[in-house]
Design a protein. Sequence first.
Length: 704
Amino acid sequence: MKTALIVVAAGCVALAQAPATNYDEAKVPAYTLPPLRVLNDGAPVRTAEDWTKRRAEIFALLETQMFGRAPARPADLAFAVDSIDKAALGGKAICKQVSIKARGLAFHLLLCLPANATGPVPVVVGLGFSPNQSVSADPGITLAGTWAQNKDTKEIERQPVQESSRGSSASRWQLDMVLSRGFGLATMYYGDIEPDIAGAVKRGIRGTYLKPGQEAPDASDWGAIAAWAWGLSRVADYLETDKDVDAGRMALVGHSRLGKTALWAGAMDTRFGIVISNDSGEGGAAISRRVFGETVADLNNRFPHWFCGNYRQYSGHEGEMPFDSHILLALIAPRPLYVASAEEDQWADPKGEFLAAVAASEVYELLGKQGVGTATMPPVNEPVGDAVRYHVRTGKHDITAYDWQQYLDFAERQFRLTSPATLRPQLTRVESRLEILTIATGEREVVWSAPAHLEAPNWSRDGKALLFNQGGRIYELPLGNRTPRLIDTGTATRCNNDHGLSPDGAWLAISHAPERDSLIYVVAAAGGQPRLVTQNGPSYWHGWSPDGRTLAYCARREGEYDIYTIPVEGGDERRLTTAPGLDDGPDYAPDGRIWFNSVRTGVMKIWRMDPDGANQTQMTRNEEYADWFPHPSPDGTQVVFLSYDRSVEGHPANKDVVLRMMPAGGGEPRVVARLFGGQGTINVPSWSPDGRRFAFVSYRLLSE
Ligand code: GCU
């Protein structure tokens, strides 16, 4: 009874001080957002370089005025894999439990990966409101207790573990959906980093950085949100060491206060390639100046530990803030950003979240991306936008299956678009079939198939295996046991479909994009660290000269795609074609001449030239077809290539195509195979060393 009275009394005091929450659009004050594209000295931001400067300015602003400065990766950071369950979730997943240890604390990471993955997978990374067992009812997940403050003693204590908490947040994680879409999930309890309780600073990571005698961090030092965000970076540190994870494709997601956390983590740490804010609201995506729903004062009063001390001065002074949420969102650019709201979650101000995404879009557009694309709030359940995407879902403050569906679609699309692993969008889910065609009989054999997107086989020089790329990595499929094996390409984990072996089989040329542009590297065929060959990008490997000394490739220089060669050890590149339009797909014949495809006549046709680019000769003429990627046979008598219907532009995936073969001396090509595919089918040399067969990939669309 006594406690109840105190609560009521405290509630009255709070109500008396704080103005009533505004939910009336008519009462939103007129406001002007601080400019994104003007430097502090007043100079306009016109280029990507200008933006780099502006970004540093606004980052410093939010770091010192809102979230507070966080320390760097601690020197003693260590990882311990505590368990690996290879048959988790009834066989659907491989779940690892990892302790991330730093400064005397341990954070407990749960990493679940699809059991059927044949290589490193992209992961969704996010903190949870409760310990890991709440994610799934799987009994193999270690139970942990939450934090709570003892009402009487005020002590902050771990609660007893509850068997009943298994799977209690399952709907918020949608683990089955995540895994079945080919993603992994990396999550941990945010309370491991610091309990979400005012006054708990000494019970978490921030406490370990306090100086002797210091009770709380300085006014511009980290609040709890920055500490949780810092913990996410430690998760990324671990994921980078895990060979089963494609650390080039980490998507950050967070709901509500953990959505605010995801945004700041994404701002601090650009290793997160996608950032998703679910109902993050005030202090997250919502524009504070609208003073709609929750306000800065509400945050500072109710959660004084979340933001840094300096943030308190903005309580009730939103209009004077030198920043607003559009600035936080713009810090993610040009990485894909998803902002989502829920219709009934007016406390988080859906419209304010939308308007911030719209305002941040101008930075995406400056950096060559498409933003939200409209200033009109979309109807419920109708996502809008491209690299900045937004939806408002029906229902309450929560993260639901609907939200996850949108995020996984987005991650699938954006990772493929912006990621050099495939360069072209692959929106549809496919089954890939690695096939071998025997020339003499026309017989086709499927030697490997998987519900995944794999591409571009090469045949090993001993005839015993096929190499292909999938998810940015290169695999070898032994034709004996037919179990794919990852080839270690070291730091090159964003390889596209332009790869192939040297004539002696000792080396593998790969096209890997360390950042945006693909570059050519050479790595030992047995695996190892890659060595860079081309200084300039983008460059896409296609052929290896018969003497093993020169690489031929397609490259874009000053906007024009042409064929170039370069010594394997590196050095100056040599441009062989200058005709306007695309020249692509150079492969060597045993006589040293280079076969390629060129659109210079208006239709993509097969051409041939001398090793130095002299005598460029058109080899196919039938204008019913657009011809791509010619591959001369090992004895030099035949050439196989891919033909699209002539109306097809470029070399897209998922088309009805044919493989055709022609005598190398010239003459009428004949169709040797019909298939569904195109991109990925035969981008690089795929003849068997004895010249009797060649490999290719065909595809089948999978319905969801
Ligand atoms: C409260 C708080 C919000 C926060 C939310 C949550 O509602 O006011 O700012 O986003 O909790 O984390 O669920």
